[in-house]
Design a protein around this ligand. Structure first.
Ligand code: APR
Length: 306
């Protein structure tokens, strides 16, 4: 299995490390910055003897090295600066993504593409349109990260292990995300049994603001530990054909009553990419909020050119 990661910055390099440790295949790290991906690949390769795990990783500034990849992770682009929304990245990152996706189309037409670059929902849509790939083969990493953040905040509040919290965040990977308290369970028990409505509302707001909170604290760049963990989880689900249900930014074609945009929803992920979009039972209020989230993405889509 050939797994390429385009963009060897914080998220790309850490994703490479996690994918290597899962032993999922041969890893190719590509970055436009001369020497960066080669240096990081050498450093990662040097860890094998310490870890007691063998893997094959190479770095290059030549995009042609992605040829015939099975899975391609796209993290190329700029990260958010303090006070900057993901949407403000749109103009700059859409130019980078378009160029990268034309190369993917030319060099690796069989690949499954995982988009990580923000603004995620728009970049996933751009990748789908520019590559022209089937809609099961282009997905974005956002919802699973947001769900993990929500789970962590709930676990901290309840003083429980984060791994005991099962939750789902749907909608845009941005201000319009929808953490679903009603679909959250702790060891099978609904969250409503543990927390008041006010507390759930507060944790929901903190989840939406989590990315910005981290950006403000870092002072430069955006989150990378949790994002790379979510990327590696997605790559593993595909490479090992796990058929695992994960939140992913998926091209919608009528699911949830939404068409022709990409948005975060639960998906069954396996060797074919998105093998099924799972439609949760939403209340009227949740449906309205999801439709507002979709509208906000749709209005920004007009700024993209393909
Ligand atoms: N081809 C390949 N690599 C590129 C290109 C390109 N055309 N343009 C930029 N890059 C590389 C940069 O050289 C840089 O090394 O993308 C890398 C981005 O890395 P970081 O700046 O460290 O950003 P990171 O934190 O990894 O985030 C990447 O993921 O989570 C999102 O919002 C985040 O959009 C951002 C992306």
């Amino acid at each position: 299995m050939k797994i390429s990661i385009i963009g060897a910055g914080n998220v790309g390099a850490l994703s490479a490390m996690r994918i290597a440790q899962y032993s999922l295949g041969d890893i190719f790290l590509v970055d436009i910055a001369k020497g960066l991906s080669e240096g990081k690949a050498l450093d990662l390769a040097d860890a094998q003897a310490v870890l007691g795990i063998d893997y094959n990783i190479r770095g290059s500034d030549d995009i042609n090295s992605i040829i015939d990849s099975d899975i391609i992770v796209v993290t190329a682009g700029l990260a958010r600066k303090p006070g900057m929304t993901r949407e403000e990245l749109l103009a700059k990152n859409s130019r980078i993504l378009k160029d990268v996706c034309l190369n993917i189309k030319k060099l690796a037409s069989q690949a499954i593409v995982i988009v990580v670059t923000n603004p995620l929902d728009l970049m996933t849509y751009l990748a789908l349109k520019v590559t022209g790939f089937d809609k099961n083969k282009v997905l974005g990493m956002g919802s699973s990260l947001d769900s993990s953040r929500f789970a962590n905040l709930i676990a901290q509040e309840l003083k429980l292990p984060a791994s005991s919290v099962e939750t789902m965040v749907i909608g845009a990977h941005g201000e319009g995300m929808l953490p679903l308290a009603r679909h959250t369970r702790i060891k099978g028990v609904n969250l409503e049994e543990f927390l008041s409505d006010e507390k759930m509302e507060e944790l929901t707001k903190r989840t939406v603001a989590r990315g910005a909170e981290i950006v403000a604290l870092l002072g430069s760049g955006s989150a990378f530990f949790a994002p790379s963990a979510a990327v590696a989880q997605m790559v593993k689900a595909i490479a090992k054909d796990e058929k695992k249900t994960l939140g992913a930014c998926a091209p919608l074609n009528g699911e949830y009553g939404i068409k022709d945009i990409c948005l975060g929803v639960p998906c069954r992920i396996g060797r074919e990419g998105i093998e099924k979009i799972i439609e949760l039972d939403l209340t009227d209020k949740e449906k309205t909020e999801l439709s507002h989230s979709a509208d906000s993405i749709r209005s920004l889509l007009k700024q993209l050119s393909f």
